[in-house]
Unconditional design. Structure first.
Length: 179
């Protein structure tokens, strides 16, 4: 995350908190981020210096006026005017981090070789909530190289119970054993 995204994201979050709009702004930022992710050319267009700034701002109005809170629309316009629209994703992550911190929510990323079933994900989420004492939002990544087991990243901690890690540890022990 760049310093600009840290500053701009925190500024928007502070404004939203002051107006009791943190949940609305955070959810809308997530939705806008999803739109930008599905349409990466839109950010390129909004960042294009050959298109007059007024036209780029008008495009934002046409796309988002009435769809998002005016604070968020103005935030998008500021990023466009400053030429840092490509920082939107990092700003949105910063807003989400601050929201989660204020609301006692932890984000956890679980990596497995195959997708977890809904039941398995639910059980893991419950265990992580008990362990952390916080509400947990769980996201999954698939990485076939882990072979089996799970790797969980939560609150800056790594819990690694993957077969790959166990095999690597065993290989190091065997390599370091002197006969």
């Amino acid at each position: 995350m760049t310093q600009a995204s840290q500053i701009y994201g925190k500024s928007l979050y502070d404004l939203a908190a002051e107006e009791n709009l943190t949940e609305e702004i955070t959810e809308e930022m997530d939705a806008v981020g999803k739109i930008f992710k599905e349409n990466p050319d839109y950010i390129t267009l909004l960042s294009e210096p050959s298109i007059h700034k007024d036209e780029r701002l008008r495009m934002l109005d046409d796309a988002f006026r009435g769809e998002v809170h005016p604070y968020l629309l103005n935030f998008l316009k500021i990023l466009t005017e400053k030429g840092i629209m490509r920082e939107f994703g990092a700003c949105a992550r910063r807003v989400r981090e601050l929201y989660n911190k204020d609301h006692g929510i932890s984000s956890a990323v679980v990596t497995s070789a195959v997708p977890l079933s809904e039941e398995q994900a639910g059980q893991l989420q419950q265990r992580l909530e008990v362990m952390s004492g916080r509400k947990v939002i769980l996201s999954q990544r698939i990485d076939e190289t882990v072979l089996g087991g799970l790797r969980v990243e939560i609150d800056g901690r790594l819990l690694d119970g993957t077969v790959r890690t166990r095999l690597d540890d065993l290989r190091r022990k065997v390599d370091s054993t002197v006969i």
